[in-house]
Design a binder for this molecule. Structure first.
Ligand SMILES: C[C@H](NC(=O)[C@@H](N)CCCCN)C(=O)O
Length: 471
């Protein structure tokens, strides 16, 4: 094998080569772009396609947030009915999250699964937009429900692709980039939807204008769907050339496994739901809050409201890299919660420029997300991770479904100051769960808060002991 081909083959953890690959590649002259084992093909083509898989989903998830006051006025709804758009996204995922991995690994496969869930996302957004054109609140809620069926499971398919193509040390970086690209989708939405609405408003007005604007989100979903189809073609081609086997990233749901999950897993799930209900619903209601309290224009209010995502798009991979090297995940989770709580206090009780609090919240949100999700893999065996993450996301979506509705009611009845106190209460619950996790981990010799260096030494020691026991 030539040096270049040898190097290219070794660059991929999914090793395979030989005459079959040579034959398959002859058609495109075996250039690095065509070679599924080459660094160029994997990182400049496949990784980009994987990262854009959820772009449309994250762009549309916060369409309501980007057009909050416009949507409330054009549809003649209150904050409670407005926040129901978020709640209807989460309700199907209270159950579906637990089966997303199973459907992908054992029913559809990752290629067809990603396409099917992308179609759900696209159809949901089209229904949402069409409902606005008809001035039908019920159709819009149905659209968000269908959108939700696809949204979370599409993220599972994205992770399955990442595991299949980037198994090994690059995986954390790939997950960080996935999240970063998704945040870009959220950021673009927050800053383009109002200008698009204003442009359409020059000729069409009210709920019809809103419906046409929401179809822009549908085109973003179609963009992701087309990339998902291209990715499926390349993945199938790579399977044929490399003779790859299906890499199951999510274990089939086994409810009896849940009975074996340790107490720290449930504390991590409480932290997840108690923290995220103070982020997504807050951003969902943030536009009017910044307009009313700080006197910002819709465009400026959207810009401030998107800062959490803009900062997170850059900071998530960086903090993921740093926390991988530092370890001490529980410490970083506590820092993320405390700083986010402080940001909500600044926004609630002061008139300090909101850009400051939102930029800091973007950093703390990135720290929390980078430290929290990987902890599950430290306490749950690999063959039960799919079940564990499914339970964790189901609990998160149950919380988001209920709290999104509650937050809207709180705003309607009590205003934004009480809403901020409501979010701070949830962050205090997350803090209590975080302290309990720290105490439990410290008193039971856990490794959730060990430094990365000590954790790796402990893992090596356990591996050596296991090997010795097998001999
Ligand atoms: C990684 C984490 N993702 C979630 O919490 C998802 N359940 C929410 C997805 C919303 C848009 N599809 C995060 O975004 O921090």
């Amino acid at each position: 094998m030539g040096d270049q081909k040898k190097e290219e083959t070794e660059s991929s953890p999914l090793l395979s080569s030989g005459s079959s690959m040579d034959i398959e590649l002859q058609g495109c002259g075996a250039t690095p772009f065509c070679n599924p084992n080459s660094f160029v093909h994997r990182y400049f083509i496949v990784l980009v396609l994987i990262c854009f898989l959820s772009f449309g989903s994250y762009f549309c998830y916060d369409n309501p947030a980007a057009l909050q006051d416009t949507m409330i006025n054009d549809l003649d709804i209150n904050e409670s009915k407005f926040m129901a758009f978020y709640s209807f996204y989460s309700w199907p995922n209270v159950v579906l999250c637990m089966f997303g991995g199973y459907l992908i690994d054992r029913v559809f496969g990752v290629r067809l699964g990603a396409i099917i869930f992308s179609i759900f996302v696209t159809c949901g957004q089209v229904l949402f937009a069409f409902g606005s054109l008809l001035d039908s609140y019920a159709v819009m809620c149905l659209g968000r429900f269908v959108f939700g069926i696809g949204g979370e499971s599409l993220a599972v398919a994205q992770n399955t692709y990442a595991v299949k193509w980037f198994q090994g040390k690059a995986l954390n970086m790939v997950f960080g980039l996935q999240l970063s690209f998704s945040r870009v989708g959220s950021t673009v939405n927050m800053n383009v939807m109002q200008p698009i609405y204003d442009y359409i408003d020059q000729s069409t007005h009210g709920y019809k204008c809103l419906g046409i604007a929401l179809f822009v989100g549908a085109f973003m979903c179609i963009f992701s769907l087309i990339l998902g189809i291209i990715l499926a073609v390349l993945d199938k081609r790579a399977d044929n050339i490399l003779k790859r086997k299906n890499v199951a990233s999510e274990e089939m749901i086994k409810f009896r496994d849940i009975l074996t999950f340790p107490f720290p897993f449930w504390l991590i799930s409480v932290i997840c739901v108690a923290y995220y209900v103070a982020v997504f619903p807050f951003i969902g209601l943030g536009l009017v809050f910044f307009e009313m309290k700080f006197g910002l224009s819709p465009t400026s209010a959207n810009a401030v409201n998107s800062l959490v995502y803009i900062v997170s798009a850059v900071a998530s991979p960086v903090f993921g890299f740093l926390i991988d090297r530092s370890g001490k995940n529980v410490f970083w989770v506590l820092i993320g919660i405390l700083v986010t709580l402080a940001c909500h206090m600044l926004l609630a009780f002061t008139f300090l420029n909101p850009y400051i609090a939102m930029i800091i919240m973007g950093l703390s949100y990135s720290v929390l997300a980078s430290a929290l999700w990987p902890m599950v893999a430290l306490i749950i065996p690999a063959h039960q991770l799919g079940t564990a993450y499914g339970i964790m996301q189901a609990i998160q979506n149950l919380g988001l479904a209920v709290i999104s509705l509650t937050a809207g009611i709180v705003v309607d009845k009590n205003g934004y100051l009480i809403l901020e106190v409501f979010f701070m209460a949830w962050l205090c619950l997350a803090l209590i769960a975080g302290v309990l996790l720290y105490l439990w981990d410290a008193s039971n010799g856990g490794k959730l808060n060990l430094s990365a260096k000590i954790r790796h030494l402990e893992d090596a020691k356990l591996a050596a002991e296991s090997e010795k026991a097998l001999q």
